[in-house]
Design a protein around this ligand. Sequence first.
Ligand code: ATP
Length: 378
Amino acid sequence: MVSSSFRAMLLKLGVPEDRLAVLEGKGGVVEGEFEGIRYVRFRDSAKGFRRGTVVFENGDVVLGFPHIKRVVQLERGIKRVFKNKPFYVEEKVDGYNVRVVKVRDRVLALTRGGFVCPFTTERILDFVNEEFFRDYPNLVLAGEMAGPESPYIVEGPPYVKEDIEFFLFDIQEKGTGRSLPVEERLKLAEEYGIRHVETFGLYDRSKIEELHELIERFSRERREGIVMKTPDMKRIAKYVTPYANINDIRIGSHIFFDLPHGYFMGRIKRLAFYLAEKHVKGEEFDEYAKALGKAILRPFVESIHEVANGGEVEEVFTVRVKNISTAHRMVTHFERLGVKIHIEDIEDLRNGYWRITFKRVYPDATREMRELWNGLAF
Ligand code: ATP
C-alpha cells in the first residue's frame, strides 16, 4: 500500500489506475523513507516506469536502470546488435550499480532495486563532486561502486586495492531516463573530475580481432568484461570474459545451495561459447576445463567440511564508514532485503573512518548441507 498523497502523485505521473491497483495488491510499489525523505520504489515495472524506479515526495522521478543485452558469441552478437554502426567500448567494472541523484538538498545513492543505500549515500560525496548537481540538478549519475570493501559483492576489480570507488558509466535525465550521448558524458566526467570507467574508443564490426585481443587481455588482468554502446546510447550490449565467468562460479559455489541453478548454468554456457568461438583446443582447453571444475568443486567441498565440523556457511565483508550509525542502518537495510547480517568488529582507522566487519550467515544453505551430511536420503 502507498499513502494517498503518493497515490495521487503516481496517477498524475501517468501510472494507469488499474495497473497501480494490481501493483499495490502484490506489493509491487512500496513506500520507504530515508532520513525524512519519503519515496516510493517500483519492484515491478508499470508503463514507462522500469523496475527499480524511484518516485520522491517532491515529484522527482528516477527511472530504474535498464537491462543491458548480453552477447555470448562476440562476432555474431556485434553484427546483430550494431549492424555496421560504430560503437564505443568501455570496461564493464565488477561492482554494484548505483544511481546518484540530488533530491532537494541531499545527494542520494539508489540501489538497482530502488532503495536509498545508507552506506553508499554516506560515502558518495567522497567520489562525486557536488558541484555537478548544483549545475545539473536534473541529471542522474549512474555508475558502479567497486572495490574489496563492498557490502554487496565479494570481490572488486584488481586495480582497486582497498576501500571502494565510484566509476561513472551513464548520465540520465530525471523523469525520462534518457541517457546523454557518450561524448557529452565523457566531457562532463572530465569537467567535474568524476572517475569514469576506462574507455577504449570507437570500434565497429571490422575490428573484431582487436576486440578479441582486448577480451583476452582483460581476462588475463582479471577484469570482468566490456560494454559496447553506440554514441547516441540507443544500442548497448555487454560481453563478459572467461575469467569472470569462472571466477563468479568460484565465488558462488561457496554458497552453492543459496543460488539458483541458473547462476551456474548461465556462466558455464557463456564459457562454452567462448571456447567454441575461439576454437580453444589441446592444453589450453584442458586448463579451462580444470579451472572450471576446481571453481565449482573446491569452495563447495570446503563449505561441506565447514558445516560437517559444526560451522555455518557464511561470508565476512568489511566496509568503511564515517559514522558507526551507518553500519547499524546497513543491518536494518539488509533485514529489509530479507538478509541477516551482524556486526562482528568495529575498528577506528583514525582518519575519520571506521572499518566495520560484518558477517552474513546463510541459514538455508547450512541446514541443507547439514541434513545431507547427516545422511538425509531422498
Ligand atoms: P541486466 O543488464 O540484465 O540487468 P545484471 O543485473 O545481471 O544484468 P550484469 O550482467 O552484471 O547485471 O550487467 C549489467 C550491469 O553492469 C549494469 O547494471 C551496471 O551496474 C554494470 N556495469 C559495469 N560497468 C558498466 C558500463 N561500463 N556500462 C554499463 N553498465 C556497467
